[in-house]
Design a protein around this ligand. Structure first.
Ligand code: ZN
Length: 318
């Protein structure tokens, strides 16, 4: 049986100062910090994971923090838009909340006629809130400063910018199981599995567009969901057959990952749903202490001393 991509697993971006990042995503956007760890490939920097109450795949925005680093450039070969689903009618609440926090609103209408709020985080990362029907409030984070009927309910979609959208769309459509569901101007909308929030990707064609440069305020990579390791392995074989240079399976502690660069330039990952964020700490206290994978645990004191100190003002169940 053909393996499945069941949607977006996580999106990983680069932040500047870790405290500003924590304050924005937990304090203003009301996401839960579901894991505090380090970049396994660069243990001198934090890796924060934000999501819903349990850190479900499809709700996870993660950051490597690079305090003092310069800002990147948004451009082609990148995920240039990260969109979250919010309940119908909630954008009035959100506009007020963001304005009170001094966050500039960049747009109120989005593609395909949907009400949208577009705004940057403190490092310039482009975010959107998109009103979406039929969201399930049951998994919202009850410790959030944002009430469940207004809360972010995981990803709506991601926007990929490409100088030539052809190869990216063809990979998604012909190999990864996505289908084209809409076109508007230079934007093509694709959906995978059942479609809808968390299972939607837009590809925007920007011929001659300047290539993006990954640094603070830009997306590093996007991970798609594989339900299990057997299907991930099947994906690895399919992609290798198509001459993608695919990494071996990597143990990321909370999921297993393979990585490959699509021909439009974006780093893609396929990550498994299991084992999830409760593998090394209870759901009630997710994110509340620095977790390290077993192979970095012997260096804990050196790692802790090198990391900037942070205050988690939220992240433990009230
Ligand atoms: Zn990743």
């Amino acid at each position: 049986m053909a393996p499945l991509i069941s949607g977006i697993h996580h999106i990983t971006a680069i932040a500047g100062h870790p405290q500003d990042n924590l304050d924005f995503y937990t304090g203003i956007l009301g996401l839960r910090l579901v894991k505090t760890t380090v970049n396994f490939d660069d243990p001198g920097s934090y890796h924060f994971y934000y999501g819903d109450g349990t850190g479900s795949p499809g709700t996870i925005l993660t950051f490597f923090t690079w305090p003092g680093a310069r800002r990147g450039r948004k451009g082609t070969g990148q995920v240039t838009g990260t969109s979250f689903a919010v309940p119908l009618g909630s954008l009035i609440y959100w506009e007020d909340r963001l304005r009170s926090a001094g966050v500039p609103i960049q747009a109120r209408s989005g593609p395909f006629g949907r009400p949208v709020l577009a705004f940057p985080d403190g490092d310039g990362l482009s975010l959107e809130l998109i009103e979406t029907e039929q969201l399930d409030h049951s998994r919202a984070w009850t410790g959030s400063p944002v009430p469940p009927d207004m809360a972010i309910h995981g990803f709506h979609s991601a926007t990929i910018s490409a100088a030539d959208a052809g190869p990216t769309v063809s990979l998604l459509q012909e190999t990864m199981g996505f289908r084209l569901v809409g076109e508007e101007g230079n934007r093509q909308r694709l959906e995978v599995a059942a479609g809808g929030p968390g299972q939607t990707a837009d590809v925007v064609s920007v011929p001659g567009g300047e290539p993006g440069r990954v640094a603070v305020g830009t997306v590093h990579h996007i991970a798609w969901r594989a339900p299990d390791q057997a299907q991930q392995l099947a994906w690895l074989q399919i992609l290798e057959r198509e001459d993608y240079n695919v990494s071996p399976v990597m143990d990321r502690a909370y999921f297993h990952s393979i990585y490959y660069r699509e021909h439009g330039g974006v780093l893609f990952e396929i990550a498994t749903d299991q084992p999830g964020f409760a593998v090394d700490e209870p759901v009630e206290s997710l994110g509340s202490e620095l977790k390290l994978p077993s192979w970095l645990e012997p260096q804990r004191s050196v790692i802790e001393d090198a990391l900037p100190s942070i205050q988690r003002r939220q992240g433990v169940a009230a």
